[in-house]
Write a new protein. Structure first.
Length: 98
């Protein structure tokens, strides 16, 4: 694994980090409950997006992400959040260059 890791590109390392962070918060069940999602966002994304403090914001975001309505966020449902925040950051970080 160490060899494999050193051969990975920065992008591949970033992808692996997303998988690892998801599993850190979803644990063995591989799905995020609402409280897990809040912890993940507040602990791991607080430089890029505002922390979630109120229940309404969390409820709204959670139901947006929970496409199949099973009240849990699986990895496929989690990826759009990463895409959304990365896209917003892209706009922010490239704004100076235009
Ligand atoms: Ca779901």
């Amino acid at each position: 694994m160490v060899c494999f890791r050193t051969m990975m590109s920065d992008l591949e390392k970033a992808m692996l980090a997303i998988v690892q962070i998801f599993h850190k918060y979803s644990r063995h069940k591989c799905k995020l409950k609402k409280a897990d999602l809040k912890d993940l966002i507040n602990n791991e994304m607080s430089q890029f997006i505002m922390k979630i403090h109120d229940k309404d914001t969390l409820d709204m975001l959670f139901s947006d992400l929970d496409q199949n309505g099973d009240r849990e966020i699986d990895f496929q449902e989690f990826i759009p959040l990463i895409a959304m925040v990365t896209s917003a950051c892209h706009d922010l970080f490239t704004a100076d260059h235009h």
